[in-house]
Design a protein around this ligand. Structure first.
Ligand code: ZN
Length: 370
């Protein structure tokens, strides 16, 4: 399994390279264990791979929903090359080892071992490694669109690195750009142009007073909003005709993202009415809802009992889990590796954690499917 994880890291499934090579590594691994795996490829470089182990069908199925894309290694120097997949000092090193190829390898291994041991299954087990979680979640959306081909699930496990805490709730995110448009002119004659930065200042003044109305969540706290990027201006002697603001909003489960956008639109309309020269628009960069699985649900209680962990946790970050809600099954996030390692230079995962995950996933399969 550790060689498999190392090869998965070497597959270098960043946005520019895509997930075809990683899907092939996973498919080959299942293939070596006699478990058929299908690869769904689109747009040349994008790929999902799906395994469906069939059973007597007396019980509802389980889904292990992984993503096999990774973020780029960044500009920092790495101790080991980021896509070496080097195995050293009890760890597998490289981009994606923690987020989330460790969990992916563990889920695949657990399924292969269950099949090899001839455990009679009464419910199907489905494994999916989907594309683009770090960017636009295109893979999980494509997977869920084909849900007519999928069985009914008792529950969904997302093997993201939670340090073996059971995560049952997380916030959503809404990333927006606001663009103000102006008219360019020579820097020495600003009265002949419309300065998009000056227009943006008016937006910023109103945003300083803008708050998102939402009752704080008992476990997730409040929603948050932060202006994290601003871009404008080409040269010191040119009046800028475009200014782009990037806003990062973190929402609570069930919160309507469109309502937030509508209020921001209304704010821009107000500025437009006040100033003849004002022109601005909003675009959605990313919108992912929050998630909250009922902790009293029988799946959650049985899951907690199976892995002998009493409490579930709520976290601030986002996963692909909200895109899985159309499957109509409770979702838990539970996997090896520490969240603090995600997207960092020198990313690595302890082999012992991946091995522990295999044991947990096998227990869960046996608990629910036999
Ligand atoms: Zn991840």
């Amino acid at each position: 399994m550790i060689q498999f994880l190392s090869q998965l890291v070497q597959a270098q499934s960043t946005l520019d390279k895509g997930e075809v090579a990683a899907s092939q590594v996973i498919s080959d691994y299942f293939g070596r264990h006699g478990v058929p795996c299908s690869i769904d490829t689109w747009d040349t470089t994008r790929a999902n791979c799906v395994v469906h182990v069939r059973s007597s069908g007396r019980k509802k199925a389980l889904l292990f929903a992984c993503h096999h894309d990774v973020v780029p290694p960044g500009d920092s120097d790495w101790r080991y090359p980021p896509f070496s997949g080097l195995i050293d000092a009890g760890k597998v090193h490289g981009r994606g080892s923690t987020d989330m190829k460790g969990g992916t390898a563990a889920a695949a291994t657990a399924i292969c071992e269950i099949v090899a041991e001839g455990v009679p299954l009464e419910g199907d087990v489905v494994f999916a490694a989907t594309a683009g979680e770090e960017t636009d979640s295109c893979g999980v959306r494509r997977f869920v669109e084909a849900k007519a081909d999928l069985p009914h699930f008792a529950g969904v496990i997302v093997p993201e690195p939670t340090g073996f805490e059971i995560v049952s709730a997380h916030r959503g995110l809404l990333w927006l750009n606001i663009v103000t448009k102006g008219k360019t002119a020579h820097g020495s004659t600003p009265h002949l142009g419309i300065n998009a930065i000056s227009s943006m200042k008016q937006v910023l003044d109103l945003l300083a007073e803008f708050s998102i109305e939402a009752e704080p969540h008992p476990r997730l706290g409040s929603c948050s909003m932060s202006i994290n990027t601003i871009e404008a201006g080409k040269a010191l002697n040119v009046i800028p005709d475009r200014c782009t603001l990037g806003i990062d909003i973190r929402t609570l489960p069930g919160q309507a993202h469109q309502a937030i956008i509508d209020r921001l639109e209304a704010m821009l309309v107000k500025l437009d009415e006040r100033h003849a020269e004002f022109e601005a628009s909003i675009s959605i960069i990313r919108s992912v809802g929050g998630i909250e699985t009922d902790t009293e649900h029988e799946f959650v209680r049985a899951f907690c009992a199976a892995v002998d962990i009493k409490e579930t946790r709520a976290v601030g970050y986002t996963t692909d889990a909200p895109f899985l809600t159309p499957l109509g099954a409770p979702i838990l996030i539970f996997g090896p590796g520490e969240g603090s390692m995600c997207h960092q230079p020198d990313e690595s995962i302890a082999i012992s954690a991946v091995e522990r995950a295999v044991a947990y996933y096998k227990k869960i399969i046996i608990e629910f499917l036999t």
